[in-house]
Design a protein around this ligand. Sequence first.
Ligand code: ADP
Ligand code: MG
Length: 328
Amino acid sequence: QNVINQIAAGEVIEAPHSAVKELVENAIDAESTEIRIEISKGGKELIKVTDNGMGIAAEELRTAFLPHTTSKLRKLEDLEKIESLGFRGEALASIVSVSKVEIYTKTNESEVGVYGVFEEGNLINCKPMGCPNGTTIIIHNLFSKTPARLKYLKSDGVESSKITELITRMALSKINIAFQYVNNNNIMLTTRGDNSIQSVVETIFPRELSSSMIAGKEVDVLNHGEKISITGLIGQPHATRGNRSYQVFFVNNRLVKSNFLSKIFEAAYKDSLMINRYPVGILYFSIPSTLIDVNVHPAKTTVKFFDEKIIADLFTEFVQTNLFQQTN
Ligand code: ADP
Ligand code: MG
């Protein structure tokens, strides 16, 4: 009960990108290896997420869309371990309360799949249907019945760019999953899911950047007997950008935004850098958890380094070691 009260607070779905985030996180939780996201009109008209994951059994379909029926939360202590806001068991319930939803789903064990339609939160149609293993959820006209909310959404272009950013981040974080993202019938992004960061960078970064990026040699340092290390790909001096959107940092495998890291990165390039150009790269920091404080927020994950100097020195060393290498 307590758990439910604690997690009930707050609104889950406030814009199309939050619906996309919840659906894709569910697909990831369902151990999918392929996830396809399709939207139109910034996600306001249509959001369709197809995965090849474990599916939902027909007899569980109704409960999966009821509030607080997550299979994941059992004890209060679990709440402390929750790192993703998806772990609340109310995403699907919230989505069907603000839109018409169609679902096709089939588990590996069942011979035939199931098709369901939700309107105003109720399952109004449910029947057996032949479909592949996995789940497709289609959200029609999000918030069309709540014009007050609809009014607060940004233009289709702005809403879809938020979705693009979200999916790009997810594709960078989950390189073992093949993502495809389609916006108004245009393929925006495709990754192979082949567990290669090089391959993800080739599909996500513009060609003139990805072709100049090289895998750097790892650098590391010991801090009180614990290893801090940096690996990743960095662009060569000529491959720069007008902003920081191709500076990607992972700290202990979590994608973070960090002005601090960006500044160190830029300073390390300064000698060879033209004015107002930003280096590009995708960097992996492995740092003992006692040296950082990670703050997970729905919009972005930030990190505080307790010893900034040791990180700055090591990052500078990584750049200097790897900056002037031959590219092919
Ligand atoms: P939560 O993810 O917090 O459990 P949701 O409302 O997002 O809550 O989903 C409710 C339940 O529906 C999940 O726990 C899961 O059992 C099931 N589910 C949702 N999406 C999928 C999916 N794509 N594949 C398999 N099961 C799913
Ligand atoms: Mg969920």
